[in-house]
Design a binder for this molecule. Structure first.
Ligand code: MG
Length: 479
């Protein structure tokens, strides 16, 4: 693990007195302004709600993340704004549902290597918000918001980009064994040259195809270097791992390290990577001035059998608006800011831009409809109640469901077999009590028609807010 917890010294009365005196002196200057914190988002790809030790996995060992969770805040009801990569990442970056900026569409579920578009320049990203306060900004890992030069991260507020522009399975070369057909074998290993994915540094392709067997390790080394380079100024690091999205690759040091096959090895390498980042913060004395967020971009890709993760007790996985598709294992860490505990309130990656703006005392410029909330009062322990009481579940520019408090109402769902391809309008809305029925097994719409009606009205009101922000030319960007 990244640091040992020290056993406190047995204090004497003299030590108590000195501590009390020190406290009085520090409290006398209540106007002292804290310096702007550093922010690190560690974002995994297709990692399920149940894939970490601290979220209940029995055999994948994640001691670093378990320690991060124990020292920070573990959020058990935290959501991404879409159940697939591109729209989920667009929402994290902008604090807006992707239907507002064209990063979701009925035509294509995510951006592909032959897509012409990307996140519009008119959008304001977290990096651009923090740039106002002269943050150093870097993304290491997967972007997936446009691979053409005018859409790359360096055009969206990032000083530095090292990573892949889209998913690690894209541009699979022909005449190779099918990953899908082989994914029943937990140790099936694809060849890294089977996928023609480029590795970029800023605007330049530096390796193609990228050697994915060392990708998690290289991202980690670059992340540590970025922190060291920027240790004397505020920084924002977005470390967006390409794993555990298939095809799975782990460094040879992690081969057969878990009892869960290659998927477990990959997660355990990511856990090691988290430890390296935290260790670096401690080595540089940045632990009290940095906030680390760990989360995943969507639920597990269950179709890939043992190469997809686990949503734990949640229904469904990637590509669905069931809880398993959009509820993700999320931890906030930062001894200088975050009050340790477990938070069962609602939160979302949509909220990060507001939360970071609050911590850094910056404003989100311009006038635009936003979909997030400032979670900083909950993170700091000022209040136990999240400002977010509702969450809307969108897929492919279609509003499927809403959650309000403990209740979730569906008007649409994914096709029961053809997940991710089609939505179906339900003949009868379905209502679930997520507090008593975390797995969404018992439809209670007949027992609580009034609650179903009020949630339906919430959905109508929410949809109306898109009337002037969803022009067709934007909605067609993912093509
Ligand atoms: Mg994903």
């Amino acid at each position: 693990m990244y640091i040992r917890v020290q056993t406190p010294l047995k204090p004497t009365y003299l030590v108590y007195f000195i501590l009390l005196l020190a406290c009085c002196i520090s409290c006398s200057d209540t106007n002292e302004k804290k310096p702007a914190p550093n922010f690190i988002i560690i974002f995994t790809d297709d990692q399920g709600y149940g894939d970490l030790g601290c979220f209940g996995h029995p055999t994948i060992k994640t001691p670093n993340l378990d320690q991060v969770a124990a020292e920070g805040q573990k959020w058990t009801q935290f959501y991404v704004a879409a159940p697939v990569c591109t729209p989920s990442r667009a929402a994290l970056m902008t604090g807006r549902y992707p239907a507002r900026n064209g990063m979701t569409s009925a035509k294509r579920v995510v951006l592909f290597p032959n897509s012409a578009g990307g996140l519009p320049q008119s959008e304001i990203t977290i990096a651009e918000v923090l740039k106002q306060e002269n943050y150093a900004t870097g993304i290491i890992g997967k972007w997936h918001l446009g691979h053409l030069p005018s859409y790359l991260p360096t055009r969206q507020g990032f000083d530095y980009f090292y990573g892949v522009p889209y998913s690690n399975d894209m541009k699979a070369l022909g005449n190779m064994p099918s990953y899908w057909d082989n994914s029943h074998d937990p140790y099936y290993q694809a060849r890294t040259d089977q996928f023609d994915v480029p590795l970029l540094e800023n605007l330049e392709v530096i390796e193609r195809p990228v050697d994915q067997t060392t990708i998690t390790r290289r991202y980690t080394e670059k992340a540590v270097a970025f922190i060291k380079t920027n240790k004397d100024r505020p920084f924002f690091l977005y470390l967006a791992h390409s794993m555990p999205h298939i095809p799975l690759f782990a460094h040879k040091d992690f081969e057969k390290s878990s009892k869960q096959g290659l998927y477990g090895d990959v997660i355990q390498e990511i856990d090691w990577s988290v430890g390296q980042v935290l260790r670096t913060l401690y080595q540089l004395g940045l632990e009290n001035n940095t906030i680390v967020v760990f989360s995943s971009d969507n639920g597990p890709w269950l179709a890939y059998k043992s190469h997809g993760g686990s949503a734990g007790p949640l229904r469904g996985g990637k590509g669905t608006t069931f809880e398993g598709g959009q509820r993700v294992p999320t931890i906030f860490w930062g001894p200088g800011y975050i009050k340790p505990g477990v938070v069962d309130e609602l939160g979302s990656t949509l909220d990060l831009i507001h939360t970071f703006a609050s911590f850094s005392n910056t404003k989100i410029p311009g006038e635009r409809k936003m979909d997030g909330y400032d979670l900083s009062p909950v993170l700091q322990g000022v209040t136990a109640e999240s400002p977010r009481s509702t969450f809307f579940y969108w897929s492919r520019a279609e509003l499927h469901a809403v959650r309000s408090g403990r209740w979730k109402l569906y008007l649409k769902q994914h096709h029961p077999i053809n997940y991710g391809k089609e939505s179906i309008s339900l003949e009868k809305p379905e209502l679930y009590d997520l507090q008593a029925d975390i797995s969404e097994r018992y439809d209670l719409s007949a027992q609580h028609p009034g609650i179903a009606d009020s949630l339906r009205r919430l959905m109508e009101h929410h949809k109306a807010s898109f009337a002037d922000s969803l022009p067709d030319h934007l909605a067609a960007r993912i093509e």
